[in-house]
Design a protein around this ligand. Structure first.
Ligand code: FAD
Ligand code: NAD
Length: 405
């Protein structure tokens, strides 16, 4: 009898952890496992704000997939998923197709521009290694051109960040570390550089503890960041952005050489376009993380939505939940193949830490508030813990952060 075919789409946090855990939970005779990803590397999205600012090289955020998964057990296919043909249990790829008995959709997130005029064309988003590398190179080019290009303007040295959620604030933290280095390298007076964050809410980090959010804001302001709160980006142009203050009719134009949009994320478009019923683009999964329409299809990470018991708002899309969902999925796949009942997913939030550059951070870990160096150290512990879970001590020694302390 042929073995069931398990196909995992996407090698982000959810897909990689699902693959690694499945090879541990199942024996070689239990199932054939295939992982599909558009690149031959896995990247840690949670480090991309550093690569985007240039405080770390983008190669630090990524690793070859074949060096992490057991290639004797897993068939890795480097290709782009185009659509899922549920009726025929097939995934259509750019260069072929794959049959499945069980499908795990872990295709992650896309930037959400909410239809704001000009953002797609004129703003960058921190989404992948490629987009992060482009941001770093663009900012560096603007600084390199300032003293050599006769048409260069002071506003070329202005960087606008759209949104002060966790991604925006973490990126600002890296920028305030990086800009002094760039000024030194390209002989630029630091007073000429402006970093402006535009946030629609009246405060930074809307979902965060207020005391910690204020700490982050004050730290970033002490390093020169200007916050425009209760202000919305209405349009991005080749010259900068047009913003509007709440309750005002007027549009203000801010000229800038770089606009980075961190105003929100949405699920990968493929599940909705493949005909899955979605809640704002995400599959609202059953207790054991399956599509309610098809119990051969699982969804984990940012393409899935899970509500806490009796709550109106779902859990936010994070790497933390994607990893825990992957662990639950691997256990349940074993149960299913043995004909046993599955276990419902129970999320165990461990807290949130946001970096503010190399040596500063804020966070709540197991209900304890942290700021400054202890928080920065905790962030590195969290980053390294993921590497440990994924690839053991070897991966931590190769890619980990704690040795930099
Ligand atoms: P992803 O990690 O997005 O992985 C999806 C994978 O699918 C990628 O490898 C992608 O290349 C691949 N893929 C996509 N489309 C296709 C296709 N068509 N064909 C083939 N492959 C495809 N969360 C935290 O918990 N802690 C943090 O500190 C944190 N920091 C963050 C910092 C930033 C700057 C950002 C933007 C997000 C951060 N998050 C953090 C959120 C976290 O990154 C996401 O929730 C997490 O990446 C979701 O994991 P995932 O496995 O669902 O998808
Ligand atoms: P987000 O949706 O959390 O934040 C977006 C911010 O942009 C909000 O504050 C919103 O008010 C603002 N905004 C939206 N439209 C705007 C407009 N037109 N003008 C001005 N401001 C506007 O998005 P994110 O920060 O990218 O986070 C995405 C997910 O990743 C979240 O679930 C977050 O928890 C997670 N994340 C976690 C960490 C961490 O744990 N350290 C770091 C980064 C991201």
């Amino acid at each position: 009898m042929s073995k069931p075919k398990i196909v995992i789409l996407g090698a982000g946090y959810g897909g990689m952890m699902a693959t690694v855990r499945l090879t541990k939970e199942l024996s070689i005779d239990d199932a054939d496992i295939t992982l599909v990803n558009k690149h031959n590397y896995h990247y840690q999205t949670t480090w991309l704000h550093e690569a985007a600012a240039g405080t770390i090289h983008h190669d630090r955020t990524r690793m070859l997939i074949k060096n992490v998964i057991n290639t004797k057990r897993v068939n890795f296919v480097q290709d782009s998923v185009k659509t899922i043909d549920r009726e025929n249990h097939k995934v259509l790829l750019k260069n072929g197709e794959i049959d499945y008995d069980y499908l795990v959709i872990a295709l992650g997130f896309e930037s959400n521009t909410f239809g704001i005029k000009g953002l797609e064309e004129n703003a960058f988003a921190i989404r992948s290694v490629n987009t992060a590398r482009k941001i770093r190179e663009h900012i560096e080019y603007k600084f390199a051109s300032y003293n050599s290009d006769p048409d260069a303007k002071d506003s070329d040295l202005t960087i606008i960040v759209g949104g002060a959620g966790l991604s925006g604030v973490e990126f600002l933290g890296e920028l305030v570390d990086r800009i002094p280095e760039l000024c030194k390298e390209y002989d630029i007076d630091p007073k000429k550089v402006r970093i402006v964050d535009v946030e629609g809410m009246p405060f930074v980090l809307p979902p965060f503890d207020r005391e910690l959010a204020n700490y982050a804001q004050e730290y970033l302001e002490s390093k020169g960041v200007e916050f425009k709160l209760s202000t919305f980006i209405k349009e991005a142009t080749s010259e900068g952005v047009k913003v509007q203050k709440k309750d005002s009719e007027e549009l203000e134009e801010i000229q800038a050489g770089t606009v980075v949009w961190t105003g929100g994320v949405k699920a990968n478009h493929i599940p909705a376009e493949s005909g899955f019923e979605t809640n704002r683009g995400k599959i609202q999964v059953t207790g054991d993380l399956r599509s309610p329409e098809d119990d051969h299809v699982f969804a984990i990470g940012d393409v899935a939505v899970v509500f806490p018991p009796n709550a109106e708002r779902p859990y936010p899309p994070t790497a933390q939940i994607a990893i825990q969902e992957a662990e639950n999925l691997a256990k349940n796949m074993k149960h299913i193949l043995k004909g046993e009942a599955t276990e419902d997913f129970v999320y165990k939030p461990k807290g949130t830490v946001a970096s503010l550059g190399e040596k500063e951070a804020i966070g709540v870990v197991f209900d304890h508030k942290l700021t400054g160096k202890p928080a920065a150290a905790m962030k590195k512990v969290i980053d390294d813990r993921y590497l440990l879970m994924l690839g053991g001590v070897g991966l931590v020694l190769k890619k980990g952060k704690l040795k930099l302390l």
